[in-house]
Write a protein that binds this ligand. Structure first.
Ligand SMILES: Cc1cc2nc3c(=O)[nH]c(=O)nc-3n(C[C@H](O)[C@H](O)[C@H](O)COP(=O)(O)OP(=O)(O)OC[C@H]3O[C@@H](n4cnc5c(N)ncnc54)[C@H](O)[C@@H]3O)c2cc1C
Length: 472
């Protein structure tokens, strides 16, 4: 069996000094070598593992034939943003896990599984370098209609792209001053360079999509006002932007951040470049990150870089209440965090923060845990061990334990039905909400998910919006 080909990576000692990308795109030679490892199964399971059903077998075959343009179009049939997904999709839990080279029964892909995401990235970047744009598939009949898209994360951008390609006039309304949602303010540039995101947004602008920033729907204007302005349909891609907290004593002490705030200060407001940029950020000597998902890994790796940039000897510890096996973060991010020097402590439940006389956090009291039978998430449930208290010294804490729906719009729109988590309820066949002509997708439907899942829902909504407009 030919060994899997891995792309080049910057050395940990070098990359922790800046926010530049860590993983390189495959060279042509590497991509060809990896593509040729694919068995071209007659019944390829990987396609079923992809939330948007990319014809993986076909695009990999096209790579082996050096038909890169063909491969680009194959991917773009199903995925609007291959360069983005090729960088951040949790492929080890999706297409790669389904690859026949993954051993049965594993909870994530074997190392031998084809590196589908790296091949997708190679093709996506090839498309960008060669300025290949997917042509519009305009339908004149529907070009008189206008659709408002609320939110410019992957769900909103994907829906806008699908509609614009069909010839619909689209305006995207974004509450923040920059476009991209989590792709801009959450995921650090060492994983996803903002230039890649800008290129995808430029492409949408070229298709005629209009963008309005600093406009919060539900505050600046209501859904009714959008209809009065002449929008025929509305898509809501509001995301899940509200951080969860632990709800333990001392959580309001100074220098305890939500991961969202911490990452937004760095990624969106360039706090690592203070005072050139006017957003300060505190950097402690002993940093603790609580959580085990992608957000926790991003926060820990960003914090470590901030310490290096500020001349502080890195000391970042991730505390997680289960074990490494149950961590929901991408395996690559966990490996990268370890290589960069992030410490991990598993089976730990925070109990109380203790502050100093000025109200700044100085230590965290924790309890050790053990794992019991699986809970509703399918992962083994952690239970605290009595009398197992211990202390962790910290002068900066980042809480990364999950995100909830933002209720700015839903609170002022009672007709918009939400569930017990305050997520928007949709008809899963059409993605239409309880309000006629209002659709939704992404993290605002069903909670925190992945970029490709958000795009899958947005695509489905766009298909139904287009079908509806054709009938009008
Ligand atoms: C730090 C972090 C790392 C992640 N890493 C990965 C990863 O590696 N791989 C992966 O697949 N997924 C990852 N995820 C999850 C992924 O980013 C989300 O699933 C995805 O971004 C959801 O897309 P969305 O469009 O639904 O929402 P978002 O990306 O949250 O975008 C929603 C947008 O809507 C705007 N908005 C909200 N309300 C309004 C309003 N009322 N008016 C106007 N605008 C509004 C927001 O400002 C935001 O820009 C990560 C998430 C985080 C937080």
């Amino acid at each position: 069996m030919i060994e899997a080909v891995l792309p080049k990576e910057r050395r940990p000692q070098e990359r922790i000094n800046d926010f530049g990308e860590v993983v390189s795109t495959y060279s042509e030679e590497e991509a060809l070598k990896e593509a040729k490892r694919c068995f071209q199964c007659s019944n390829p399971p990987c396609i079923l593992g992809c939330p948007v059903g990319i014809d993986i077998k076909r695009f990999i075959y096209q790579i082996t034939q050096k038909d890169y343009q063909g491969a680009y179009f194959t991917i773009r049939e199903k995925n609007n943003f291959p360069s983005i997904c090729g960088r951040i999709c949790p492929a080890e839990y999706q297409c790669r896990k389904a690859c026949i080279l993954t051993k049965k029964g594993l909870s994530f892909a074997s190392e031998q599984a084809i590196n589908i995401h790296f091949l997708e990235r190679f093709i996506g970047d090839w498309g960008i370098e060669n300025r290949i744009d997917v042509l519009q598939n305009k339908n004149e009949k529907i070009s008189k209609f206008k659709v408002a898209v609320v939110g410019s994360g992957p769900a909103g951008l994907c829906c806008a792209g699908e509609l614009a390609r069909a010839g619909v006039k689209v305006v995207v309304f974004e509450g923040l001053h920059k476009l991209g949602g989590v792709l801009r303010y959450g995921i650090p540039s060492f994983r996803l360079s903002p230039q890649i995101l800008d290129r995808e947004i430029d492409y949408l602008a070229k298709l005629g999509v209009e963008f309005v920033t600093n406009c919060i729907i539900g505050k600046t204007k209501s859904l009714d006002e959008l209809f009065i302005e002449g929008f025929h349909k509305i898509f809501l891609g509001l995301g899940a932007g509200v951080p969860s907290f632990l709800g333990i004593a001392g959580e309001n002490l100074c220098n305890i951040y939500s991961a969202n705030e911490f990452l937004t200060r760095i990624n969106l407001m360039c706090a690592y470049n203070f005072p050139q940029f006017h957003t300060p950020i505190n950097v402690g000597r002993n940093i603790v990150v609580i959580g085990g998902g992608n957000t926790a890994m991003d926060a820990a790796r960003s914090a470590l870089r901030l310490q290096k940039i500020n001349g502080i000897s890195p000391n970042v510890t991730v505390l997680y209440r289960r074990t490494e096996v149950e961590m929901p973060a991408r395996r690559l991010e966990i490996e990268h965090a370890k290589e960069e020097g992030v410490n991990f402590r598993f089976l730990v439940q925070p109990k109380e923060f203790i502050g100093d006389e000025n109200g700044f956090v100085k230590k965290l009291i924790c309890l050790e845990c053990k794992l019991r039978e699986p809970d509703s998430s399918g992962r083994r449930r952690p239970v605290e061990i009595e009398d197992s208290e211990f202390e962790v010294k910290c002068d900066l804490v980042i809480v990364a334990i999950g995100l909830l729906a933002n209720q700015i719009l839903t609170k002022v729109t009672p007709q918009l039905k939400t569930d017990k988590y305050k997520d928007v309820v949709v008809d899963t066949e059409t993605m239409q909400t309880s309000i006629r002509n209002v659709y939704a997708g992404g993290d605002i439907v069903g909670g925190e998910g992945t970029v490709i899942e958000a795009m899958g829902m947005a695509k489905k909504a766009a298909t139904h919006i287009i079908t509806g407009l054709k009938r009008e």
